[in-house]
Design a binder for this molecule. Structure first.
Ligand code: NDP
Length: 337
């Protein structure tokens, strides 16, 4: 597969110009382009420019409003509600974050309910941004059905990711960010595109049989990680990101979606906790000693380390995307480099 080499600035402007060409205003285009650029910077290609055609499809069909201005309210002292007004999630997250941070500092703990939005990205950008403010953070959105609950052979849960972040003293925060599906759908799509098999347990084909063929999984159904345990996490995400905050469960989102290839509507639940208000030692030395003991064990690395290592290199070395994806984005209006 031939690749197109790009600097991170080129990634950003390629994405932003394509979004502007399809009706995004400057603020929405910048927020989405920044989210895709973060993914490319961390070599998380399945949430980088790979997503651009889906974002554009959702703009073109009118499902998503590229000029949406999020509305922020405070229905309770520890609750921030962001109505994204049918916009992509990145601008709602960006505009809601200062309110969530201030509320977590004043109350010790705060919830942000991001509703009426379309989330098509990884979660670590929003969790890391909260950790950068010294907060412990958790985030989860529901998504359109793709995963069979334990015992079932048909899709009902979304791939329902969950991210958790914990700030560190002199290191990047510890952030894990994982789908409750055995494999994120974007990774399966990339495996199908590149002709790789996926591990056993990733999914079932359209007849309900186990398969390692990514194309067959995409036509069939994905499985949760860890059997009924991952299924329970997916269930919790549905309840937090839909039931609790008054947005659509994954199965409802699918009923209302126009299936244009872009992200379905859904909500996102965020929780931020100020460790200064819950008894953590202010220097974080106690948890740093824990991380040191953990990392002393042979074979252990912290979740997020792979991304942070990539982040040291890509601003200098740039990244590569498939030439076919580059051509597709240029054809969609992205500025050629
Ligand atoms: P992975 O299975 O690749 O990784 C999950 C987590 O485990 C990461 O934090 C990763 O850190 C960590 N990890 C991996 N290997 C190790 C190891 N050996 N030791 C310690 N930690 C490790 O992610 P998924 O495929 O489950 O999800 C990929 C992305 O897809 C996520 O960012 C998720 O948010 C996104 N997604 C988004 C959806 C949406 O609706 N918006 C839906 C579903 C998924 P590291 O990155 O450093 O490897």
């Amino acid at each position: 597969m031939s690749g197109m080499h790009l600097s991170l600035d080129e990634v950003w402007s390629l994405g932003a110009t394509a979004l502007l060409a399809h009706g995004c205003d400057e603020a929405n285009a910048a927020a989405v382009a920044t989210t895709m650029t973060f993914a490319e910077r961390d070599l998380a290609a399945s949430h980088g420019l790979f997503r651009l055609p889906g974002y554009v499809a959702a703009l073109d069909s009118g499902k998503v409003d590229g000029t949406a201005q999020p509305r922020i309210s405070h229905p309770a002292p520890a609750v921030v509600r962001v109505d994204a007004q049918r916009g992509f999630a990145p601008l709602g997250l960006e505009r809601g974050r200062p309110h969530l941070v201030d509320t977590a500092r004043s109350q010790g703990v705060a919830v942000m309910a991001l509703v009426h939005t379309h989330h098509f990205a990884a979660l670590w950008p929003e969790v890391e941004a909260l950790c950068a403010e010294g907060l412990v953070a958790l985030a989860c959105p529901a998504y359109t059905p793709m995963v069979a609950p334990a015992g079932a052979r048909q899709a009902f849960f979304g791939t329902n990711p969950l991210a958790f972040g914990y700030p560190r003293a002199d290191e990047p925060p510890m952030v894990f960010d994982q789908a409750s599906a055995a494999m994120a759908r974007g990774e399966i799509q990339i495996a199908a595109r590149d002709g790789h098999e996926v591990p056993e347990g990733t999914g079932l084909d359209a007849h309900g049989n186990p398969t390692t063929d990514p194309a067959a999984v995409l036509e069939g159904v994905q499985l949760p990680f860890g059997g009924y345990k991952g299924s329970a996490i997916a269930l919790m995400v549905e309840l937090l990101a839909a039931g609790l905050i008054g947005d659509w469960f994954s199965y409802e989102a699918a009923q209302h979606d126009n299936h244009d290839g872009g992200p379905a509507r859904g909500g996102e639940f965020l929780l931020a906790i100020d460790p200064a208000r819950t008894g953590a030692d202010p220097s974080l030395a106690h948890s740093e000693a824990f991380f040191a003991a953990l990392l002393d064990l042979d074979g252990v690395r912290l979740p997020g380390d792979r991304r942070h290592q990539a982040r040291l290199r890509t601003p200098i070395e740039g990244i590569s995307i498939p030439a076919s994806l580059y051509d597709e984005i240029v054809a969609l209006g992205g500025r050629r480099h």
